[in-house]
Ligand binder design. Structure first.
Ligand SMILES: Cc1cc2nc3c(=O)[nH]c(=O)nc-3n(C[C@H](O)[C@H](O)[C@H](O)COP(=O)(O)OP(=O)(O)OC[C@H]3O[C@@H](n4cnc5c(N)ncnc54)[C@H](O)[C@@H]3O)c2cc1C
Length: 451
């Protein structure tokens, strides 16, 4: 029966239909996280918009849920959905820029590198993320933390338009004039409302960056962490800091403070001089760079490792966090680390009403990233990440984490806690209008409001 239906899909579309029994299926379903590989009923790579409409309607007729894949970086495995139609947009890549309006249109399967390369040619950039191989789709729809966070806000704040195919197969052109409520929902509501095929961003000029890493260790490590919090508390919008806590080869805890300064090197150096001259700082590679160099500060992490991430969006920076970082770094395995993405400036000043994103007042995204290879280490690695999340939970805004860094066993209550109650109710209303049967459920899921 299902086999006939798949044949029917193949007959009615121009795209690639990949079945479990056919060639290429295992590679096509591979998840970023080896812990989270589901088996889709069929993987569909659409050739055009009509194909997506046909496939979405076909899924409704076959009573199948629908998953969507862009860059494929979902740590929770949302883009390798079990028992579903997977609409794979990973080949829908490319972006065009209109320098006159300072906007970019990107196909929804684009990676950050596609958007960055297109905008960089005009001296422009969109706030997106910090790993160039991640997909813009998932990243933007659930927030988007980048080196422009403090000066431009989250990636979703710069989202000014989109094209979306609803669960009924309707094609909606979304912007402030048409579908303003849906535009609000796409700014943080994740992949809940349909297949986004195209995203439009407001761009900003980025002539120069000054960035790199400062590394800290030793007896005044705790003080250097607290000093970083002080620097952050009075930092100008140009500065973005991210802290990484890891265990050094000798077993001691270490911290790196990764820096992205938007502007000239002298002012950038002045902004972080209290850190660069701290007695615990043993290494610095800060230097002037252009936007693309800043975007490649981090090396991509390969697919196929085992991963468990867990954390919180937090409301204050204090000793609790400093102690949690030191304790968890001391207990970390070789590849695992705790990440603190510090948040201030414009990310806070954009009104709550602009976006559904629920962490507007968070001063940091704090997450343990357990990364390992051997399944025998699953329990220990997961316990390590959970322990870190527990240690910082007293600082949590509402008990939720950053939805782009989901744990694979994320509960419905942790998803709801990521939003203020009024936004959650509004999102559930939007979900009911656009996807009443919750066909798009492989995400940080928003259940449709009751009738
Ligand atoms: C190594 C690594 C580095 C990262 N760095 C950052 C960072 O610097 N900043 C940051 O904010 N986040 C970062 N993230 C998190 C990242 O934002 C999420 O993993 C995000 O889901 C990646 O998007 P994707 O399109 O690659 O994901 P996919 O796995 O393709 O999609 C994830 C989910 O997003 C939804 N989705 C994706 N595309 C669409 C679409 N077109 N239409 C509808 N729904 C869609 C679907 O629900 C899908 O299941 C990082 C993740 C990893 C693994």
């Amino acid at each position: 029966m299902l086999q006939e239906a798949i044949q029917d899909l193949r007959g009615r579309t121009r795209g690639e239909v990949i079945e479990p029994a056919g060639g290429g299926y295992e590679a096509a379903r591979e998840a970023y996280n080896a812990m989270a590989s589901g088996r889709p009923v069929v993987i569909f790579r659409p050739a055009d918009l009509t194909d997506i409409v046909t496939a979405v309607r076909w899924a409704a007729g076959s009573d199948l849920p629908i998953g969507v894949r862009g860059g494929g970086h979902s740590v929770a495995g949302h883009s390798s959905p079990d028992g579903a139609l997977l609409v794979d947009l990973s080949r829908w890549r490319g972006a065009t820029v209109d320098p006159a309006t300072r906007t970019a249109d990107a196909l929804a399967g684009s990676r950050l590198m596609d958007l960055d390369a297109a905008t960089f040619a005009y001296g422009l950039a969109a706030p997106s993320g910090t790993f160039i191989d991640t997909g813009i789709g998932g990243l933007t729809l659930s927030g988007g933390i980048s080196w422009l966070l403090s000066s431009e806000g989250y990636a979703c704040d710069a989202l000014i338009g989109a094209q979306l195919v609803t669960a009924d197969g309707d094609v909606l052109e979304v912007d402030e004039e048409h579908e303003p409520e849906l535009l609000w929902g796409l700014r943080g509501g994740g992949g809940n409302f349909g297949v986004v095929t195209r995203l439009r961003y407001a761009l900003t000029e980025v002539p120069a960056m000054f960035g790199g890493r400062l590394r800290f260790r030793g007896s005044s490590l705790r003080d250097s962490i607290l000093r970083t919090f002080e620097v952050e508390a009075s930092a100008p919008d140009e500065l973005v800091l991210a802290m990484v806590a890891w265990r050094a080869e000798d077993g001691s805890p270490s911290i790196s403070v990764n820096v992205g300064w938007r502007g000239d090197p002298e002012s950038g150096m002045a902004a972080v001089s209290a850190l660069a001259t701290h007695p615990a700082c043993y290494e610095s590679d800060l230097k002037p760079m252009n936007w693309l160099q800043q975007q490649t500060l981090y090396q991509p992490i390969p697919f196929g490792l085992r991963q468990y991430w867990k954390g919180h969006l937090i409301g204050q920076l204090d000793e609790t966090l400093a102690d949690a970082l030191i304790a968890s770094a001391s207990e970390a395995s070789d590849e695992s680390f705790a990440l603190v993405e510090l948040i201030h400036g414009r990310a806070h000043r954009i009104p709550e009403s602009h976006a559904a994103f629920g962490g507007r007042s968070a001063v940091a995204n704090v997450t343990a990233l357990a990364i390992w290879e051997d399944a025998a280490d699953d329990a220990a690695e997961i316990a390590w990440a959970r322990r870190f999340a527990d240690r910082v939970s007293p600082l949590s805004l509402r008990g939720g984490g950053y939805l782009n860094y989901p744990e694979i066993d994320q509960t419905a209550s942790r998803v709801a806690a990521a939003y203020p109650p009024d936004s959650w109710a509004r999102l559930r209303g939007l979900k009911r209008r656009l996807d009443p049967h919750n066909r798009f459920r492989f995400n940080a899921n928003i259940p449709p409001a009751d009738a």
